[in-house]
Design a protein around this ligand. Structure first.
Ligand code: ZN
Length: 203
């Protein structure tokens, strides 16, 4: 077994969260928007807002242990449909969707549930989808030194669907491919076909 410390296992600065100050700021924020918090329904809203964002910005801790690839398994390992929820850093509105995360193992492998944990870790901060996609791929490459990595994220951004252009139902797809999955057309096609997304996946 070998542990990696390259990734902090709890949200980046969990100790820096000051819920009481966030609650006061949320109350001021609502007031500045002309929203009274003196009704029954809204009196606890600033506290709920503070807690909701604190939750979105805190990742569950997880163990980053990787294992030797004793079975010499060298085909694609793919976790499909991992739920993604994050917050866009431009509007601080949520974006939600799914991630498909795969790699072609070499010397080291990772527990399957950890692929979802890695996504959750990088999602627990103000993000842009492109960077989130690359961070997940980059972490896998660094930690496992695999032959290839593929990450696809499909998400609906509420800053696009409930405001602005109001493109309800539209999703944004981003992908990051590294190593063999980038260089070799057949591996790439296999990855997209198994992930059920990307070029040629939809009629
Ligand atoms: Zn946005």
């Amino acid at each position: 077994m070998q542990s990696h410390s390259a990734l902090r296992v709890v949200g980046d600065h969990p100790d820096a969260i000051d819920l009481e100050e966030a609650e006061r700021a949320a109350a001021r924020f609502l007031k500045a928007l002309g929203i009274s918090t003196h009704t029954d329904g809204l009196q606890n809203t600033p506290r709920r807002m503070a807690q909701a964002y604190a939750e979105l910005f805190t990742a569950a801790p997880f163990d980053l242990t990787t294992f030797p690839n004793d079975e010499r398994y060298d085909e694609l390992v793919l976790a499909r449909g991992i739920p993604v929820r994050s917050v866009c850093e431009h509007h601080l509105l949520p974006f939600v969707g799914v991630a498909h995360v795969g790699y072609l193992p070499r010397e080291r492998i990772l527990g399957l549930s950890k692929l979802a944990r890695v996504v959750g870790h990088f999602a627990a901060r103000p993000q842009v989808q492109e960077r989130l996609t690359k961070q997940v791929a980059g972490w896998l490459e660094q930690s496992l030194a695999p032959a290839g990595v593929g990450v696809v994220i499909e998400a609906e951004h509420t800053c696009m669907t409930v405001r602005g252009v109001r493109a309800a139902g539209s999703t944004t797809v981003t992908s990051a491919l590294l190593g063999t999955l980038r260089a070799d057309a057949r591996s790439r096609q296999e990855f997209f076909a198994l992930a059920g997304t990307g070029p040629g996946a939809r009629s």
